[in-house]
Every structure is written in C-alpha cells, then in structure tokens.
Design a protein around this ligand. Structure first.
Ligand code: AR6
Length: 174
C-alpha cells in the first residue's frame, strides 16, 4: 500500500527483494545471528560475513554498508536496533537513529531504492505498534529533506506488523 509516491508497505521476505539495498537488523558484533540477520547471511553467502568482520562492529543506532553477496539486492545496510528494556533506556531515539542512519547511508551511496524490515520487533522485543510509529515518522521526516532514495519499501514479514503498518498508513493518509 503506498504511503506516498516514495514509500510502500509490503508483506514478504526481504532476502528476495531486488532493491539497490536491503537493511539488516543486525547486532553490534556484525557476526550474524537469528531472524532476518540469519536469513540474509544464509542466502547471501560468506562474502557478507567477510565484509562485516572486516568492519568489525556497529554501535546501536548506527549503520554500515557491505556487499549483498548472492542476494538480488546490490548492498546490505546493517543497522543495530535497540533491545527493548522497558522503554526508559533511550530505546525510541535509538530505533529512530537506526532508520535514519540506514537511509542516510543509502543517500550517501546514491542508492535509488531501499527495503527495510521491522527493526528490533523480533528477538529484540520492541513493541510492534510503537516501533511502526517511530519507523513511519522517521521515514516521513527523512523524505522531506532528502530526495534519495526515491523508493523506500517497508518489508513486513509477520502478519502482526503488516496489519499494524497498513492501519497506520491508512490513518496517515486521512
Ligand atoms: N524478511 C523480512 N523480515 C524478517 C525476516 C525476513 N526474512 N525474518 C524475520 N523478519 P529480528 P531484531 C522480521 O529478530 O528484533 C538477530 O539475532 C521479524 O518478523 O530479525 O532487530 C540479530 O543478530 C521482525 O519483525 O531482529 C540480533 O542479535 C523483524 O524482522 C537480533 O536478532 C526483526 O526481527 C536483532 O533483533
């Protein structure tokens, strides 16, 4: 469903998406893990891990970029969302930063299209509705200041997130 001409929400597996970059919900070590991170490394192959280990790590809220290995995308932007610890540990700002720094990296690499998963809402336990509000607000703010990437795709994997995103997008369109 289009939020505006640059932002779309779909349901699916981000490892199959053929945008210039896909965003990975990684951890600070960049050494791989479960969830979307595990799927990206499994399907993308060892080149991605090699590039991640060379970079050495990524702080929460920051983002780094590597090859996408065997994936259909050209690059993987690895960002680290916050672990939800009850809400009083700067989680909201850190999640916003994870989205914004991923998009800024796409901008500085002149990437036209980027696909983003629902960062922190799996293993890291961030409440899904709050996370979706932060993600949509961050992207809405970003696109008013930056003309690239022209296409931003929110890729929801689980049904809950897909329903939440669609209902928020509908509200924003009213
Ligand atoms: N495509 C798109 N989204 C997916 C996919 C997929 N193939 N698989 C899962 N998701 P999570 P986090 C969704 O747990 O919460 C890893 O171990 C999933 O439904 O992948 O940021 C890392 O190494 C959820 O909505 O990431 C870290 O240690 C969203 O992706 C830790 O998990 C995020 O869930 C990061 O936890």
């Amino acid at each position: 469903m289009p939020l505006n001409e640059r932002v779309t929400v779909i349901k699916g597996d981000i490892t199959t998406v053929k945008t210039d970059a896909i965003v990975n919900a990684a951890n600070a070590s960049l050494a791989g893990g479960g969830g979307v991170d595990g799927a990206i490394h499994r399907k993308g192959g060892p080149e991605i891990l090699k590039a991640c280990l060379k970079i050495g790590g990524c702080a929460t809220g920051e983002a780094v970029i590597t090859t996408a290995g065997n994936l259909p995308a050209k690059y993987v932007i690895h960002t680290v969302g916050p672990v939800w610890c009850g809400g009083n540990h700067n989680e909201k700002d850190l999640l916003r930063n994870a989205y914004l720094n991923s998009l800024k990296l796409a901008y500085t690499h002149n990437l036209d299209s980027v696909a983003i998963p629902n960062i922190s809402t799996g293993i890291y336990g961030f409440p899904k509705k709050l996370a979706a509000e932060i993600a949509l607000q961050a992207v809405a703010g970003f696109i008013t200041s930056y003309d690239i990437p022209a296409e931003i795709l929110f890729v929801c994997y689980d049904e809950d997130n897909f329903i939440i995103y669609n209902s928020l997008v509908e509200k924003l369109a009213q």
